[in-house]
Every structure is written in structure tokens, then in C-alpha cells.
Design a protein around this ligand. Structure first.
Ligand code: GDP
Length: 432
């Protein structure tokens, strides 16, 4: 959803406006600057168009130093919003703080609607023309309290929103692209043969690629997947000189062309450095990941026990990868690869609504505040999911968050929203 942010110095009526737009009296409104509010983002709609409404007044519960933070908040708002509603008190006129916010917003290049609030009568409405001096165009005189002029303001806001992208839902996107990777001898070629059976369907390189990889369409559980660069796996060039080098190159190029990776591991032997390197490579590439433990037919009770220990000890960085235990030789559980890939790709493409995300993170932070650093309590002002594939979350904070705390948040996000099989990127933007 597009994001609309409401900014302005304390007491100009931001929360009243937010309530007016939401059509209810949910947010706490008091005539005291710096009142703490529960939430900062809401789902809202006008004329059937939905958007996320961000109330920047709720960002900093500290009353002290609040005035100094407004320009900063405006900066953050301008970064994350598609449209900014800049609220000024028309009965007061332009203050220094308004000037500061105005200059930040002018420089941002984002569409800004200048809201002249508290224009309860014609007299104030006339005075509102003085706000032209902010250089943000025509002021919209409104009374958030009585509802006067808010309809026109919201119409203008809709006009300023970016046009929604053409409906792509339902458009054929072709089979999902999967890389099959793993060190030599783990059974990649055997697995391909098992999955493809008699009928191998070879497909041309994708348009725009200069290399000559050959992909294969493979059916798993009734669905077709495009396994990329399988020619290299079948060529069995490990006897060639420099084979290791080529194998590494192939892994990278296959990852580049894929959406998900199946990392094949020989479960009958201890995990090697090379296995772990390939797993890291996949995680770093930002692809969805399925770990397939092959040669399961060779495992006895004892090896299974040690394998679990090894996994706990060595795969601590990627506990989110989906695991499947298979045997390319007997065909055991090979059909489970399809649903595992689907599940991982689903997480990979998941987008969490901004309001839900902020509500959830807010709850976490209240229950378990970030550790104090240098005598200061870092605050999380706002969180937004900037992108999918892989899911990338941007945290706007007032200070550095410890690695352990970031991992805690990642874990909680994974649990709450059901992210499995996909890496999650967390980006921290510190406003100090
Ligand atoms: P690649 O280098 O990863 O392509 O590995 P290959 O497919 O050439 O397999 C390496 C060796 O492992 C061959 O001798 C295969 O027969 C054997 N192999 C592959 N998968 C299995 C399996 O599930 N069980 C057993 N017992 N052996 C397997």
C-alpha cells in the first residue's frame, strides 16, 4: 500500500487529523505535546483507495527534546512516504520549527500537501494564505476537529499518490527457477535423473543471457519447475583440470539465475567445509533455500544421531532453511522437494503490511526493550518492509541495536509471520 505520512510540530492537530481520516477516535489526542500513542501506522481508505497512514506524532515518546526531533522526523517521513501531509497551525502562522520542516520537505522532492489546520472559520481561512511563504504551494485550510475542508484535502492527496502498478496478478510467470547446487559427489546428477525420469525436457537459455546454460523443466508433485544450468551438472566435468574452480563458478551463475536453491548434501558423511561454504553462498545470494540431505538409504541410527548434532552445531546461521531427507537412489521423499520449494518461495515473496509490522514490533519492544548503549536507550521509530525476494525490513532507530537484539527481532518476525526457507534482510537507519 502507498504510505501517507502526517508531519508537523506538536499540538498542530496531527492526531485529530489522523482520527478524522480514520473516521474514529482511536488515537490518543491531548493538548499536551509528546503524548505517547500506541501505534504509528494505520490502514486507511478514501474513495475506495487504500493507503497506510503514518502518524509521526507517535514516534518519540520523549517529551524532552521533542521539538529538536521534528525536522528529523520529517526527514524520515519523507524517505518512507509517498505523500506527506505537513500540518501547520493556521491560527499561529509560520514558526521556526515549521520553517525547518518545510525546508526538509522541499528538498525531499516528495509530494507535500500543506495543511492549514484549525481554520474553523473564514477569518482564519484568510490568514492561512500567509502559509504560502513556506514555498510548498497552496495551503489547504481545514478544521480537523470539525471536518471542514478535509474532503478536498483527501481528494488532493489521492491525486498525489502514485498510480498503482497495472494488475499483474494472474499473469503467467512461468515455472519457478531453481538451482541445484552442492559439492561434487553428493548426488546432483543422480537426483536430476531420478526427478526427470525418462523424459528430459531441455529448454533454451533465457533471453538476454550470453552464456550457454541449458535448463531442464522438471515435474515434482504435478507442478513444473525450471532447474537452471543442469547441463553443467550432467556434463560431469569433475575429471577435468581445474574442476573445483568451474564447479564454484557454476554454483554462482546458477544462483544468479534462480529464485530458489536446493542445496544437496551427502547425509552419509560428515558435513564438510565446502558444504558450509555453499550454504553461506546461497544465504548471501538472498535466494530461498531448501537443504536436501541425500543418500538417506545409507544412514543407520548412529549416523542419524550424529547428523542431528552436526546440524545443530554447524548450521546455526541458517536455521530457517527447509530440510528434506531424500534418497536419489531409492526415490525416497524426492517428491517432497516440490512443496518445500513452494513453501520457501512463498516466504520469499511475502509482504507484511506496514501497520501490522509496526504494531507487532511495537509490542516486542515494549515487552523486551533494546539493551541500553552508552547510557542511552535506543528507540525504534518506525519499521517498513522495503522489498520482497528476499523480504527486506528497514528499521528507523535513534541508536545502534545490538546484533543479539536484531537477531531476536528477526526470530520474532519469522515466528509471527511464518517466514521459513527464506533469508530476511534487516537494514538499520540510525537518526542521531
Ligand atoms: P554429483 O557429483 O553431485 O552429480 O553426484 P552423482 O550423482 O554423480 O553421485 C555420486 C555418487 O553417489 C554416485 O556413485 C551415486 O551412485 C551415488 N549416489 C547418489 N545418490 C545416492 C543415494 O541417494 N544413495 C546412495 N546410496 N548413493 C547415491
Amino acid at each position: 500500500l502507498p504510505v501517507v505520512a502526517v508531519v508537523g510540530r506538536p499540538n498542530v492537530g496531527k492526531s485529530t487529523l489522523v482520527n478524522r481520516i480514520l473516521g474514529r477516535r482511536a488515537a490518543v489526542v491531548e493538548d499536551v505535546p509528546g503524548v505517547t500513542r500506541d501505534r504509528v501506522a494505520y490502514e486507511a481508505s478514501w474513495q475506495g483507495r487504500r493507503f497506510t497512514l503514518v502518524d509521526t506524532g507517535g514516534w518519540d515518546p520523549d517529551a524532552t527534546g521533542m521539538a529538536l526531533r521534528i525536522a528529523e522526523q520529517a526527514q524520515v517521513a519523507a524517505e518512507l512516504a509517498d505523500v506527506v501531509l505537513f500540518v501547520v497551525d493556521a491560527t499561529v502562522g509560520v514558526t521556526d520549527a515549521d520553517e525547518a520542516v518545510g525546508s526538509v520537505l522541499r528538498r525531499s522532492g516528495k509530494p507535500v500537501l500543506l495543511v492549514a489546520n484549525k481554520a474553523d472559520n473564514q477569518q482564519v481561512e484568510l490568514e492561512a494564505t500567509a502559509l504560502w511563504s513556506l514555498g510548498l504551494g497552496e495551503p489547504y485550510p481545514i478544521s480537523a476537529l470539525h471536518g471542514r475542508g478535509t474532503g478536498d484535502l483527501l481528494d488532493a492527496m489521492l491525486d498525489a499518490l502514485p498510480t498503482p502498478p497495472p494488475q499483474e496478478a494472474g499473469a503467467p510467470r512461468g515455472p519457478r527457477r531453481v538451482a541445484l547446487v552442492g559439492r561434487p559427489n553428493v548426488g546432483k546428477s543422480s537426483l536430476l535423473n531420478r526427478m526427470a525420469g525418462e523424459e528430459r525436457v531441455l529448454v533454451d537459455p533465457m533471453p538476454g543471457t550470453t552464456r550457454d546454460p541449458v535448463d531442464e523443466l522438471i515435474e515434482l508433485g504435478g507442478k513444473t519447475y525450471r532447474f537452471v544450468d543442469t547441463a553443467g551438472i550432467r556434463r560431469r566435468d569433475r575429471e577435468l583440470k581445474g574442476a573445483d574452480f568451474y564447479a564454484a563458478m557454476r554454483t554462482r551463475s546458477a544462483l544468479e539465475r534462480s529464485e530458489a536453491a536446493v542445496v544437496l548434501i551427502d547425509a552419509s558423511e560428515p558435513l564438510t567445509e565446502q558444504d558450509l561454504r555453499i550454504i553461506s553462498l546461497v544465504a548471501e545470494s538472498g535466494r530461498a533455500m531448501v537443504l536436501a540431505f541425500n543418500k538417506w538409504d545409507l544412514l543407520d541410527e548412529e549416523r542419524r544421531y550424529y547428523l542431528e548434532k552436526e546440524i545443530d552445531r554447524k548450521l546455526v546461521r541458517t536455521p530457517w532453511a527447509i530440510r528434506v531427507n531424500i534418497s536419489a537412489k531409492t526415490g525416497r521423499h524426492v517428491e517432497k522437494l516440490g512443496p518445500a520449494i513452494d513453501r520457501a518461495l512463498e516466504s520469499w515473496g511475502t509482504r507484511i503490511p506496514t501497520a501490522r509490522l509496526n504494531q507487532f514490533i511495537g509490542d516486542q519492544v515494549r515487552a523486551t526493550p533494546p539493551p541500553v548503549r552508552g547510557g542511552k536507550q535506543p528507540k525504534i521509530l518506525f519499521v517498513t518492509q522495503a522489498s520482497i525476494e528476499p523480504p527486506t525490513f528497514v528499521f528507523f532507530t535513534t541508536g545502534f541495536l545490538e546484533e543479539t537484539y536484531r537477531r531476536f527481532l528477526e526470530r520474532r518476525i519469522r515466528e509471527e509471520f511464518g517466514f521459513v526457507g527464506s533469508p530476511i534482510h534487516m537494514v538499520m537507519k540510525i537518526r542521531e
